[in-house]
Write a protein that binds this ligand. Structure first.
Ligand code: SF4
Length: 377
C-alpha cells in the first residue's frame, strides 16, 4: 500500500485528467539523470553505452524542467545508479520541494554512506533494487556480496526514518519459493512495500537467453502472488498484480510512464528507443502510438508485461468507469490473498532453481577509488 496522502494526490490528478478529457496523460515520470552504474547486470540494457555517454548527466535544472513539462505527481529516478550523480541530493530536494512523490531507484551499494545527504520525507522513497535472496540477487546483478550490502543499506535507511520500498525484476529460471522467502525477508527488514515485475529483453543486454515469455510469466506470477501472506505489502496497483497472474488483460499505455534522459524524451517508452523528442508535447504528438503494445503486432511488444508499460493501464481502468472504480475500491478495502489450490500445487512442485556459477561482469566502475571518483566525493 502507498500512504493515503500519496494515493489521494494520484487519484485527484487522474480524475482531473479524465475530467479534462485527456486521452493520453502521463502518470509517473521516469527520470534517468545518468546511465553509468557501479554494477553491470546481465539483464540490463542501460550501461552498454560508450564512455562519453556514461560520463554525461542531466543537471538539476534539466530535471526540474522535465518534471514541470509533463506534470506527473510521481517521479521515478532509475538509471544508471542515481547515487553516482554528484548533484542527486539537490535534484531530490528540488523534486520534494515541488511536492512530487519521488522513488529513487538504487542498487544501494552506496546508500548507507550517502544517507546523510538526504532528508526523510513523505515525498521521498528509496526504491532498492533487490532481485531475490542472496544467491539469486548476486547472480542477477553479477556481483558477489551485492545482496548483503544492499540489505545493509535498506536497514540503515529504515533506521534513519526514510521510506524504503523495493523493486524486484524476475527472469526465466526464477524460483517462486525463493521469491516468496525474499518477500518475507524484505518485510522483516522493515520495508514499506514491494514491487515485482518481469524483466524485458533489452536488445543491448548481455544475457539474451533468460527473458520470460507471457505464458511463462503468468505461470510464475501465479505461483508467487497467489496464496499470498497478509504481511506482504505491495506498492503496485492490485489490478496490475492480477494482470501479472493472468487474471485480467491490459493493453500497454506507453505514454503513462514517459522517460526523459540526456537524449531527451524517449519514444515510445522506457524500454524501446525509437527516437527522441525535444519536448513532452512533441513526444505525445509525434509518436506513432498505434505501432506499440501487444495488439499492434510489434514483435518487440509481444512478450512485454513490464510495470512501466502496464501499471498505468490498470490505473486508467480504475478511473475509466464506475465498474473500474468499484472493482478497485473493493480490492483496496478487502484485500484478497488469492487463495488458489492449483497455484499452491504449482508452487509445491516447482523445480528448485540452479544457477551456473556466478559470473561477475566487469562494471565500468571497478575499484573503491574509482567509485569515489564517479560518485563525486
Ligand atoms: S509493450 Fe512494452 S515494449 Fe512495447 S511499448 Fe509497451 S512498454 Fe514498450
Amino acid at each position: 500500500m502507498v500512504p493515503i496522502s500519496q494515493a489521494w494526490t494520484v487519484a485527484t490528478y487522474v480524475l482531473k485528467q479524465k475530467l479534462a478529457g485527456r486521452k493520453r496523460y502521463p502518470l509517473v515520470l521516469m527520470l534517468e539523470p545518468l546511465f553509468r552504474c557501479n554494477l553491470a547486470c546481465a539483464g540490463c540494457g542501460k550501461i552498454q553505452y560508450p564512455a562519453h555517454i556514461l560520463k554525461a548527466e542531466l543537471s538539476p535544472e534539466d530535471c526540474f524542467r522535465a518534471v514541470e513539462e509533463c506534470g506527473t505527481p510521481m517521479v521515478s529516478i532509475p538509471g544508471g545508479e542515481p547515487l553516482l550523480h554528484p548533484q542527486m541530493p539537490e535534484i531530490v530536494a528540488g523534486l520534494v520541494a515541488r511536492k512530487k512523490y519521488v522513488y529513487m531507484c538504487t542498487n544501494a551499494l552506496l546508500l548507507k554512506e550517502k544517507l546523510h545527504l538526504f532528508k526523510p520525507s513523505k515525498y521521498l522513497s528509496f526504491s532498492v533494487h533487490l532481485d531475490g535472496q542472496k544467491e539469486h540477487h548476486d547472480f542477477a546483478v553479477c556481483r558477489e556480496g551485492g545482496h548483503d550490502i544492499a540489505m545493509e543499506g535498506v536497514r540503515a535507511a529504515v533506521a534513519a526514518g526514510f521510506r524504503v520500498t523495493t523493486n524486484t525484476t524476475l527472469f526465466d529460471g526464477a524460483d517462486p519459493n525463493s521469491v516468496r522467502a525474499h518477500f518475507d525477508e524484505l518485510m522483516a527488514a522493515g520495508v514499506e512495500s514491494m514491487m515485482v515485475s518481469p524483466g524485458y529483453t533489452y536488445e543491448k543486454a548481455p544475457d539474451q537467453t533468460h527473458f520470460l515469455g507471457k505464458a511463462r510469466s503468468r505461470r510464475l506470477f501465479q505461483a508467487i502472488l497467489s496464496n499470498r501472506k497478509k504481511s506482504w505489502e505491495f506498492n503496485t496497483h492490485p489490478l496490475f498484480s492480477e494482470f501479472l497472474m493472468g487474471k485480467r488483460d491490459f493493453e500497454c499505455t506507453p505514454w503513462g510512464m514517459p522517460t526523459f534522459s540526456i537524449f531527451g524524451w524517449q519514444k515510445p517508452c522506457y524500454l524501446l528507443q525509437d527516437g527522441y523528442a525535444d519536448t513532452f508535447q512533441e513526444l505525445l504528438d509525434t509518436t506513432e502510438w498505434e505501432n506499440y503494445g501487444a495488439k499492434s503486432g510489434n514483435p518487440r511488444c509481444a512478450n512485454c508485461m513490464v510495470h512501466s508499460g502496464h501499471e498505468a493501464s490498470a490505473v486508467d481502468y480504475n478511473f475509466g468507469s464506475l465498474k473500474g472504480f468499484l472493482v478497485t475500491a473493493k480490492k483496496y478495502m478487502f484485500p484478497s490473498t488469492y487463495e488458489d489450490a492449483h497455484a499452491m500445487k504449482l508452487l509445491n512442485e516447482w523445480p528448485k532453481a540452479t544457477h551456473a556459477p556466478l559470473v561477475q561482469i566487469a562494471s565500468p566502475v571497478k575499484t573503491a577509488a574509482e567509485l569515489q571518483e564517479v560518485s563525486g566525493d
